[in-house]
Design a protein. Structure first.
Length: 185
């Protein structure tokens, strides 16, 4: 899997990138760079304001496709949507997200929307629009992110509330999903 290498880096100081991912045949893909284990000592000095819930911080940002388990596979549309954990994300994560969007859109000959499917950009238009960010190195993006982390608040992206609401609505209409225990054997 080369996506994370393009999004962040392949190795740093002789150690390969420490990312986590999940992938399955239903085109589920989730990529995460844990900033504390990324072999970049600058993150060790950052104040992530980690309390009881490490998900409520910028320590890691999950980048997920729409057809992933978060939507229980029930709200599939005709478009591929990339979802982040938080509403505002650090420059280093935004750079990774844009690279992932370009890679995926290029493979499926698709377009990219940044305004909830109101308008669409070709891959080339998207690259041109965001060329400054895309031309940054990982290190430049981290330098900016270390300043951003001092002022940004880790607010969940509203999409998660929308997905929860849709999930509850589906269950009200269709009932709970019953899993077949025999499939586990």
């Amino acid at each position: 899997m080369e996506y994370p290498w393009k999004m962040w880096f392949k190795e740093r100081k002789g150690v390969k990138v420490g990312f986590s991912y999940a992938f399955d045949d239903n085109f589920y893909l989730s990529l995460t760079l844990d900033k504390f284990s990324s072999n970049d000592e600058r993150w060790g000095m950052a104040d992530f304001r980690i309390g009881k819930d490490s998900w409520a911080t910028f320590k890691r940002e999950n980048l997920n496709f729409e057809d992933s388990y978060e939507s229980d596979g029930r709200e599939k549309g005709d478009y591929l949507r990339i979802i982040t954990t938080h509403k505002d994300i650090l420059t280093v994560d935004k750079r990774a997200l844009y690279i992932m969007a370009i890679e995926v859109a290029s493979v499926i000959d698709g377009q990219i929307s940044e305004d909830d499917k109101e308008t669409w950009l070709s891959v080339e238009e998207f690259k041109t629009k965001h060329k400054d960010l895309l031309n940054m190195t990982y290190d430049e993006a981290v330098d900016i992110s270390l300043e951003e982390i001092k002022v940004l608040k880790a607010i969940d992206d509203p999409i998660w509330e929308e997905l929860d609401r849709k999930r509850e609505e589906y269950i009200r209409i269709h009932g709970e999903v019953e899993l077949d225990d025999e499939d586990d054997e």
